[in-house]
Design a protein around this ligand. Sequence first.
Ligand code: KIV
Length: 291
Amino acid sequence: MSTTSTTLTLDTSTSRANPTPAPMKRLTVPRIRQRKGGEPLVMLTAYTVRMAQIMDPHCDMLLVGDSLGQVIYGLPHTVAVTMEMMCAHGAAVVRGSYHAAVIVDMPFGSYEASPEQAFTNASRLLKETGAAAVKLEGGKVLAPTVEFLTSRGIPVMAHVGLTPQAVNILGGYGVRGKSDVEARSIVADAKAMADAGAFSIVIEGVMEPIAIEITKTVACPTIGIGASAQCDGQVLVAEDMLGLFERTPKFVKRYGAMSKVVADAVKDYAADVRARTFPTEDNLYRADEEK
Ligand code: KIV
């Protein structure tokens, strides 16, 4: 049997995937913009089709973050993430979602050199994934690039404050904006991005008053992570809030215990295999059964 959705056709007799049968309308960039000051926007990271399918009904936006470098590929930071990784995971998340707007991160080195370089890579990301928009890190220096992209049909979500792609300059992932000078610079970065046409701004890892000031000042919605509940929305790395890792950073609230759930299930499976108690009669094919 074949099921058609807004984004894909799946053969449900052979696929493990579980498509939503009824076509749904995705949230668009203009509708996200209109949520400024309204109902808070819900965003989580997603990197794979199945996680996208599970999270999609509950989220306004799914972010294919370059944090996939650490979460999926075990890299030490996001600097080594490639366009190929972002294209492959972005396309998977679009295939697995029907309702949320999908935003794909531009990886380090794919947009900083010039507005033209950014356009080449951002357009490739949108073409190859079907995502609604790209996200890029940076402030004032990248405002001309954001203007170049948005005036040529590429919606941009900006990312200010703690910008993980700059880890080699920053020397780590510490909170930003403790000094007045740095705080003013982060606020100026956000204003420059909003003025350049960013439809939304992620504010990561800053002292709360900075996030509040930016949210009050810019016309587009702000999305906080380690920032403030007063932002127009929130984002977390899904695996952090699901409890896949041992460490829970201060800015994360755990809503699950995924590593324990997986470890317990694998332990039970291993015990069954070793005791020959799996597979059972129920799991075996018989000639007299249809399937
Ligand atoms: O890469 C990512 O997951 C992000 C979010 C944490 C905002 O940029």
